[in-house]
Ligand binder design. Sequence first.
Ligand code: PNS
Length: 164
Amino acid sequence: MRKAIFPGSFDPLTNGHLDVIRRSLPLFDEIVISVLNNPDKAPMFSVEERCEMIREIIPSLGGNGCEISVASFSGLTAHFAREMEATAIVRGIRAVSDYEYELRMALMNRKLEPEIETVFFMAGEPFSYVSSTLMKQVFLLGGRVDGLIPELVEAKMRAKLPDR
Ligand code: PNS
């Protein structure tokens, strides 16, 4: 049983995240999209809203033989991965600039849980500049983000901020 978690803030889920999930499906039997509950950050969407949106979007991924689920967690990613009995942590890399941060996290997570391996997927080129932070910023300032976030996410952003 090859089980992985894909941790992140997912505030909100972008098409870049979906690209990474799609790439990871053939390698695992089960993947748990793991939404971090971070009380230090003021998110656009609550953890519950983020989980619900991801759950609604999952069927569009097909699964490719891999079971996809969603969970929220607090605390350390490495501990959550162990709790879930996952053997891998999935992360996406968009550009070289992601590498240093991701390397530090992967090594720290390995120190915490030596049996759990971080597996990186290179995001597709069309998503190399897509981040949740950038999507929120552009949306809030009236720019177009279609094609970069799922339509459902865009609709929820519009509903949250009708007169942006
Ligand atoms: O995609 P994101 O939002 O940058 O995800 C970052 C995330 C959630 C993977 C990272 O912040 C994290 O793992 N936070 C949980 C706390 C933790 O484990 N910190 C130590 C990481 S080495």
